[in-house]
Design a protein. Structure first.
Length: 475
């Protein structure tokens, strides 16, 4: 299911991280109720299913010697808890798979102990320790997009965000797959000399031709000398800066005077820039080339994209540098082979919200608008709360003398009426965003927590089809 752990937020007044260090130990039967509570309390926000039953299943497998009787891909399964001052504050289940991988499902820290005490970090470190001892090549798990702090936690610890899937564990909730290469792989640059990039010049023609002939023909048909000459001609037109001239900017990346990567920037209509060709001799060289390309792009374009062959090292490099897989192109460049389109948007630091977190993006734009005008210096909590009420009153005023059938008809036929309602609702949202910023709480996180409370408060079997007042009267 999910990976849930600390965020840079609250910590418990009862826990002194110096006096009460985190201890990671095997879970016992005595921990059952606490583990049930942690799973139910956290997972119910973004995941359907019986989370207490899940807690029982993973603990039973752990206590039964690590064997999951219903896990056909699992070799071993273990549950660890994080303890501080004699109190269990976190839990992690890890399942070793037959394919040489290990899944964390889940990792959860009590919300009162998230933040600086390090329970989540300690559990994550334990997973790496166990993976290395078991000879596992990769750790993986998933992150629910509404828990927006979690992906950053993992990325900062060397994890990579891979694919994403909508409505996988709950309708409407986007899930992100993340993974960690246990041995570091080819991405480890220790002892390597960083690539030095230089713009193509005619003296480098043979280097360029030889590199493309040896690297690109396995993926792209037609990589002959005519292609190289046409590519170089495009580079010679670069001073025109005219998109219709199909000019290129070619750069070569050298490591110790050895050509290790080639990248050509081709601006397109609409402002995006295509990188083609783009090739490197190793995963680490490709990652450096992608970082160089991203540096080149800042201030010049909002987007880079490229087409690449499907290969584990290529996929890892692109995902590690925060590129998104945008589609697959069967036989686009070579018969019998598949190309993948990867895209990168300027100024993005996380995959979270790339497709669906419009509220987060809007909040950032709106608060910048407020700060630029100095209005944030004039705010008071009471005034902002009153403004929310005032805007709610203006919304009510639009509907005050109308019957429900009249409202429905106006919404269907009167665009101006619908716009008025939408703008009044937008004013309410804007003041709520400002109030949340002033009071220093995350509006969506607060709503998410309140939803978790209401999930327990209003069981489906008791409230389905019943209005609030009638439900309360019957309790």
């Amino acid at each position: 299911m999910t990976l849930q752990q600390e965020n840079a937020g609250t910590s418990s007044d009862t826990l002194d991280p110096i006096l009460d260090p985190i201890v990671i130990r095997d879970a016992t039967e005595a921990d059952r109720a606490t583990i049930q509570g942690l799973l139910h309390g956290s997972l119910r926000r973004n995941y359907d299913g019986d989370h207490i039953a899940q807690a029982d299943r993973i603990l039973d497998a752990h206590l039964g010697g690590g064997k999951d009787p219903v896990g056909h891909f699992s070799k071993t399964q273990h549950v660890y808890v994080a303890e501080a001052g004699g109190e269990v504050v976190g839990v992690m289940n890890i399942a070793e798979k037959r394919q040489g991988t290990m899944k964390i499902s889940p990792l959860i820290v009590n919300p009162d102990f998230r933040g600086s005490n390090g329970a989540g970090s300690a559990l994550l470190a334990k997973s790496v320790e166990v993976a290395k001892a078991r000879g596992v090549r990769q750790l993986y798990g998933t992150v629910a997009e509404p828990s927006s702090w979690i992906e950053t936690f993992y990325l900062n610890r060397g994890w990579t965000c891979g694919s994403q899937s909508n409505s996988q564990y709950r309708p409407g909730v986007v899930e992100h797959a993340i993974y960690y290469t246990v041995d570091g792989g080819d991405s480890d640059t220790t002892g390597r000399e960083l690539l030095k990039f230089e713009e193509y010049s005619s003296s480098k023609y043979e280097h360029l031709q030889g590199f493309l002939a040896s690297r690109m023909d396995a993926f792209v048909d037609g990589m002959d000398e005519d292609f190289v000459r046409a590519l170089v001609a495009g580079h010679e037109r670069r001073r025109s800066q005219e998109v219709e001239s199909k000019y290129k900017e070619i750069y070569l990346g050298y490591e110790s005077d050895v050509l290790s990567s080639v990248v050509a920037f081709g601006p397109k209509k609409g402002g995006a820039v295509k990188l083609m060709p783009l090739s490197a001799t190793s995963e680490s060289a490709l990652r450096e080339t992608l970082r160089f390309a991203q540096s080149w792009a800042r201030g010049r374009t909002h987007k880079l994209y490229t087409h690449q062959h499907v290969d584990p090292a290529v996929v890892t490099a692109f995902q590690s540098e925060m590129w998104t897989l945008e589609g697959l192109l069967p036989e686009a460049y070579s018969a019998g082979k598949v190309a993948a389109q990867w895209g990168w948007l300027a100024d993005e630091t996380t995959h979270l919200g790339r497709n669906s977190d419009r509220l987060k993006a809007y909040t950032e734009r709106f608060l910048t608008f407020v700060r630029d005008r100095g209005w944030d210096q004039l705010e008071e909590a009471r005034s902002l709360a009153m403004a929310v009420g005032g805007e709610a009153g203006e919304l009510l005023a639009e509907l005050q003398w109308l019957s429900e059938p009249e409202i429905v008809e106006l919404l269907r036929t009167d665009r101006e009426f619908r716009t008025k309602l939408s703008f009044e609702a937008a004013d309410i949202l804007n003041y709520l965003i400002r109030l949340a910023r002033y009071c220093d709480f995350d509006l969506i996180e607060a709503a998410d927590k309140k939803l978790a409370v209401n999930i327990d408060r209003f069981p489906v079997e008791e409230v389905h089809g019943v209005k609030g007042k009638r439900y309360k009267a019957n309790r």
